[in-house]
Design a protein around this ligand. Structure first.
Ligand code: FEO
Length: 386
């Protein structure tokens, strides 16, 4: 396995995980990469490592450039083990290497996972001279763990951004401009929606710091490296974290005997007639991660379920649990569903939408057994009047 040179003296020594299909519940149909970077300077520096099972592959890429025992610094931007699992291995092979992590949370996390190593902690504003180059550390707490930070090299104008600006995208090509940009952006959006959505305020704070930097390359922790479309991805992060939405409605439903489905269909058609685009998601046929990717930039969210044993269907409950965690604040939302007697599901959905930070813009839509043509026409009028 060879390292890939990204600048004179700087190499990608990460791995491509072609087969990964789930990242704790977020479906990753295009796999991922765990990116690590090796800087050859007076002090040999490794920035981040890889996930469990891929350490030897990373090691072989490092060994194609330099004897791993010569590493002086291992920068751990983020404790989550998809980036840090290789730290103890490299530390054992390079006994003089310092493991550089954020204080106090990086230290706390790495100790919990890997025990005592030769740690050196850094905080906002700290820099490390490694020879011709300097590394500056910028904490990005809760983006998306308390320990998270990014590392900037001013001489190279490279931001080693770890999770930020990343994508779960396995590709043999390393840069934004040699991949299909629409796919890269789609996966960056999916990543933001499913990993960072909840942390919009922290993302805004981090973006203010990023704007102060002169950046020619964003070397991410996942997926491709940005070098030609940096303003675009920063602008998208700004829009996503500000909660900017489009004239688009997401309709999510499950159905038992097609009655709630008829309501979902009427809602979707009404939004189309209103001039909106629509994401229409039968929960049986779509993943939570894809739906939340659409919710990120959609103004409306309609969620429907019939009532089963006094509850909403478990499929919709699962989706709402996932949605509530990501907290799509300010999305205009409402609940709908058919019922036979109790009809509790619709109130339950509304409660979950509110708990996720949505603004309820229409009273619960409940229809007994089978919606009539008149009821559906009334529902359509309600949507058109929104
Ligand atoms: Fe890619 Fe938060 O780990």
């Amino acid at each position: 396995m060879n390292a890939i040179k990204i600048r004179d003296g700087i190499y990608w020594v990460g791995v491509i995980d072609w087969s990964m299909r789930s990242f704790h519940g977020y479906d990753t149909q295009r796999g991922s990469t765990y990116n690590a970077y090796l800087i050859i300077d007076d002090k040999i520096t490794l920035i981040d490592t890889v996930k469990h099972g891929f350490e030897e592959e990373m090691l072989s890429r490092i060994s194609s450039v330099i004897e791993p025992s010569k590493i002086d610094y291992i920068i751990s931007n983020h404790v989550e083990p998809d980036h840090s699992f290789g730290v103890p291995l490299i530390s054992s092979l390079a006994p003089n290497a310092k493991v550089v992590t954020s204080a106090p949370n990086g230290l706390k996390g790495l100790r919990a996972y890997y025990g005592e190593l030769p740690y050196e902690t850094v905080k906002a504003g700290d820099t490390l001279s490694i020879g011709k180059r300097t590394l500056a550390f910028v904490p990005t707490p809760m983006l998306h763990w308390p320990d998270s930070m990014v590392t900037y090299c001013p001489e190279e104008k490279i931001l080693f951004s770890n999770d930020a600006f990343g994508q779960h995208l396995a590709s043999g090509k390393r840069y934004d401009d040699d991949n299909d940009l629409s796919i890269v952006i789609e996966e960056a959006k999916k990543y933001y929606a499913n990993i960072l959505f909840l942390y919009a305020k922290q993302a805004q704070t981090a973006l203010k710091e990023v704007h102060k930097l002169d950046i020619e390359m964003i070397a991410t922790g996942h997926g491709i490296i940005w070098r030609s479309h940096i303003p675009e991805i920063i602008d998208l992060y700004n829009k996503w974290s500000l909660g900017e939405t489009e004239d688009r409605a997401v309709v999510v439903f499950d159905s038992m005997w097609h009655s709630t489905e008829k309501m979902a269909h009427t809602i979707a058609e009404a939004f189309i007639d209103k001039g909106f685009s629509v994401g229409y998601y039968d929960i049986q046929k779509n993943t939570h991660a894809d739906i939340m990717t659409d919710v990120l930039t959609s103004r409306y969210l309609a969620v429907g379920s019939p009532t089963l044993n006094n509850q909403m269907l478990p499929t919709i409950a699962g989706f709402l649990c996932y949605m509530k965690g990501l907290a799509p604040k300010g999305r205009k939302a409402f609940a709908f569903g058919s019922y036979g007697w109790g009809g509790q599901s619709i109130q339950q959905i509304e409660d979950e939408l509110k708990a996720g930070g949505c603004e309820i813009v229409m009273d619960k839509v409940r229809m007994l057994y089978v919606p009539s043509a008149e009821q559906l026409a009334g529902l359509r009028d309600q949507i058109l009047a929104l």
